[in-house]
Design a protein around this ligand. Structure first.
Ligand code: ADP
Ligand code: ADP
Ligand code: MG
Length: 451
């Protein structure tokens, strides 16, 4: 096992990784920007190294400074968390060259899955259904119109190297294609350094259902069931649950087998998530694979009892998977609410500031993964997600009730949070019946009266 590991991230996920390291008796190194000198993840680490000024590009995305910090502190491994450098294949390659173990898949696997056009092709050839769409990057508007005519409108333009819901566009007719293609390319180039885009048929009312996988170095791969992540704002998840209210054991087996097949097809290693869209008739289609730990991994941990981050670190250290598919059980129901420093009732406007009160709930089946505490300052530089509340109970109804109680008992002052918005979702009649799709927030939630 590693003696020392550097956590190349901030916030709740950095704190979560450090907990796993303490259990495994691994020393931890935090990295931090000048804006994060007093941040919780810095206080929880055994050592800490400043890696640059506040802007992400100059600190948490600064590969040279992060590698230097690992070398100076003698860290043998780097855990990238999610976001930031977690899916940057060139960073994984640098780590390989510097003989530092990155907790994740090999760089060539990350590169393959990070290019969604190549990923679609690879998993389709392995027999996994993908959303109908272009088999390659779109060359010009004429080709785009031809493909769209075959697929039937509406279609979606998506950046090949995309992530975080950025740059996705819906096109309803051939006239929109020209300007949309130009705009999508420009946005993709600015966000991901490549203007490559591809087309997919736009599914009208899909659910987002994803499968957690774990793969070791010897080709053993298991899945840990699905997560329902249909409650999204601007294609970003806000509340997740496991199991999905509409997935029965037979569909779960099929989804799991498809996810394992996709992972096998690329020689996957580490924890990963295979994302699918599921239609009303129970048909599912691959959209992408995230080659990292995911924000919503705790719902799966609550359901299966598997510590995914600990397994991920063990696999990176070369250990064999200790789990067998037949022995993985799914118990009860878990829900996660992503608490953002943002006003859910005012278009998710960010709400930076100093947290003057921070009282988190506890009790049976309640877990809070937090990156802040009282006195923490939420700056405008980073993702507004500051904590996650995860509740488990034997039934979905019970988990909802427990979450409502937990959120009502959570007292935060100094900033606005999405807690009131989450309570409204939990109280929504469609949500309570499990009738959700990716349009839930815009179609099923009534706007709040301005007060
Ligand atoms: P998850 O499925 O784990 O929730 P998200 O897509 O929400 O994944 O991404 C997790 C975090 O990483 C979010 O903060 C998101 O903004 C960020 N993120 C994901 N992919 C990218 C990317 N390619 N570029 C920049 N940020 C990203
Ligand atoms: P990202 O890499 O940005 O996370 P995804 O391909 O995972 O992009 O898509 C993000 C979200 O956009 C999905 O969860 C879903 O809500 C929506 N979406 C993606 N593809 C389609 C599609 N073909 N039809 C309808 N909705 C889609
Ligand atoms: Mg996605």
């Amino acid at each position: 096992m590693f003696e020392k590991l550097l956590v190349a991230n901030r916030g709740e996920i950095a704190c979560r990784i450090m907990q796993a390291c303490r259990e495994l008796k691994i020393q931890t190194v935090a990295v931090y920007s000048e804006a994060d000198a007093d941040a919780l993840h810095v206080r929880l680490a055994d050592e800490a190294v400043c890696i640059g000024p506040a802007p992400n590009k100059e600190s948490y995305l600064n590969a040279a400074n992060i590698i230097s910090a690992a070398v100076i502190t003698d860290a043998q491994a780097i855990h990238p968390g999610y976001g930031n450098l977690s899916e940057t294949a060139s960073f994984a390659e640098i780590c390989e060259k510097c003989k530092i173990t990155l907790v994740g898949p090999p760089s060539h696997v990350m590169a393959l899955m990070g290019d969604k056009v190549r990923a679609r092709r690879t998993v389709r050839e392995a027999g996994v259904p993908v959303v109908p769409g272009s088999s390659d990057v779109i060359r010009d508007v004429r080709e785009a119109r031809e493909i769209a005519a075959d697929l039937g409108y509406p279609v979606m333009i998506k950046p090949a190297l995309g992530g975080g819901g950025t740059g996705i566009r819906i096109i309803h007719n051939p006239e929109q294609m020209g300007p949309a293609l130009d705009a999508a390319r420009a946005e993709a180039r600015a966000a991901f350094g490549s203007g490559d885009v591809y087309l997919e048929k736009y599914l009208s009312e899909p659910r987002h259902v994803e499968v957690q996988v774990l793969a070791d170095n010897e080709g053993n791969i298991v899945h840990l069931g699905e997560r329902e992540c249909s409650i999204q704002y601007r294609h970003q998840k806000l509340l997740e649950e496991a199991p999905s209210p509409v997935v029965n054991s037979s569909l779960r087996r099929k989804l799991g087998e498809a996810a394992v097949k996709a992972a096998h097809a690329v020689g996957y290693r580490s924890a990963g998530t295979v994302e699918f869209l599921l239609d009303e008739r129970g048909r599912f289609y691959f959209i992408e694979m995230n080659t990292r730990i995911q924000v919503e991994h705790p719902v799966t941990e609550m359901l299966t009892g598997v510590d995914i981050v600990r397994e991920q670190i063990r696999i990176a250290a070369g250990e064999k998977l200790s789990l067998e598919q037949g022995k993985i059980w799914f118990n009860g129901h878990a829900i996660e609410c992503r608490i953002l420093a943002a006003d859910g009732n005012r278009d998710f406007a960010p709400s930076p500031g100093k947290i003057t009160r921070w009282e988190v709930p506890s009790g049976p089946g309640i877990r809070v993964d937090s990156g802040v505490t009282v006195g923490s300052v939420v700056t405008p530089y980073y993702d507004p997600m500051i904590a996650k509340v995860i509740c488990w109970d034997q039934t979905r109804e019970g988990a909802i009730a427990r979450m409502e109680g937990a959120l009502r008992g959570m007292k935060v002052e100094g900033i606005r949070t999405t807690i009131p918005h989450h309570l409204r979702i939990l109280g929504n009649a469609y949500f309570r019946r499990g009738e959700v799709d990716t349009h839930f927030l815009e179609r099923r939630m009534t706007p709040v009266e301005e007060g």
